[in-house]
Design a protein. Structure first.
Length: 59
């Protein structure tokens, strides 16, 4: 049954990924993750790991 659901799962993952990226700009511009990472989302964390820590494969 999973092979038949593969297209639906891919579409759901793409849409969720797009939603996660939408919130990146507001959080990063206002707080950059906030004090003690209080407002850090997954997309902000991925940005920090990839570009500030230069850990491309991890992010």
């Amino acid at each position: 049954i999973l092979p038949m659901m593969k297209p639906i799962i891919i579409i759901a993952l793409v849409l969720r990924g797009m939603e996660a990226v939408k919130i990146f700009d507001a959080i990063f511009l206002m707080t950059a993750g906030g004090p003690a990472r209080g407002t850090e989302s997954i997309s902000v964390y991925m940005y920090k790991v990839a570009f500030q820590q230069v850990r491309w494969s991890f992010s």
